[in-house]
Design a protein around this ligand. Structure first.
Ligand SMILES: NC(=O)c1ccc[n+]([C@@H]2O[C@H](COP(=O)([O-])OP(=O)(O)OC[C@H]3O[C@@H](n4cnc5c(N)ncnc54)[C@H](OP(=O)(O)O)[C@@H]3O)[C@@H](O)[C@H]2O)c1
Length: 174
């Protein structure tokens, strides 16, 4: 299974600007790449806090082609928002989530964060690729890509300017 971690970061490695939620600092070009990569995978996994930020957009979406799996310790709290095959809530561990997606025929999944979910998948050694956009910002404080000790070795497979200042980096893990 291809497991693609996708994130947009400040140059100093922040997923968020200070304590703010969301990625309003992401360029339009990054968001276009983000959507394309997500669609190519067909299945996504995100943490409940990330879901909360984009909840209205996801719940209001008529897109039936993309499965969003939201990781929470209390899936029953979100039962009313669930739509099997489109919006699913789970307390399963990362291996179980990927196993279930694989059994259902998915060959690629995009792991969309936030930090707790990247931490979880990295700790289990499950991310096979990263797509990271570095935006020309320095925040000093904010949620970092990873918050737990890790030692991933990455091989650069692509680097491309998305506009004059935003850099897309693709790595494989390994
Ligand atoms: N720059 C980027 O590319 C990017 C990407 C994604 C997110 N973000 C931002 O990052 C922020 C959110 O990141 P975050 O790290 O605070 O939260 P998160 O990873 O999105 O979600 C954390 C939640 O996931 C659930 N969770 C975590 N570990 C779990 C486990 N082992 N089992 C079951 N459930 C588990 C818990 O949900 P419950 O509390 O419901 O149990 C936890 O509160 C938001 O501001 C978002 O906009 C930025």
């Amino acid at each position: 299974m291809r497991v693609l971690g996708i994130a947009v970061l400040s140059v100093d490695g922040c997923l968020t600007r200070h304590g703010e939620s969301g990625v309003s600092f992401a360029s339009a070009e990054d968001q276009k790449e983000f959507r394309a990569a997500m669609r190519e995978c067909g299945a996504t996994v995100m943490g409940r806090r990330t879901f909360d930020v984009v909840r209205d957009r996801i719940v209001g979406s008529s897109d039936t082609a993309l499965l969003r799996t939201i990781v929470t310790r209390d899936p029953s709290r979100y039962a009313q928002l669930a739509r099997p095959g489109q919006i699913e809530f789970t307390a399963a561990g990362p291996r179980e989530i990927l196993g279930s997606l694989s059994e259902r025929g998915y060959r690629a999944v995009a792991v969309l964060g936030g930090a707790q979910i990247y931490d979880l998948f990295v700790a289990h050694g499950l991310i096979t690729e990263w797509q990271i956009t570095v935006e020309p910002r320095l925040f000093g404080t904010g949620t970092r890509l990873l918050t737990r000790a890790a030692d991933e070795r990455l091989v650069l497979v692509e680097h491309r300017l998305l506009n004059a200042n935003s850099l897309l980096l693709r790595y494989r893990v390994g």
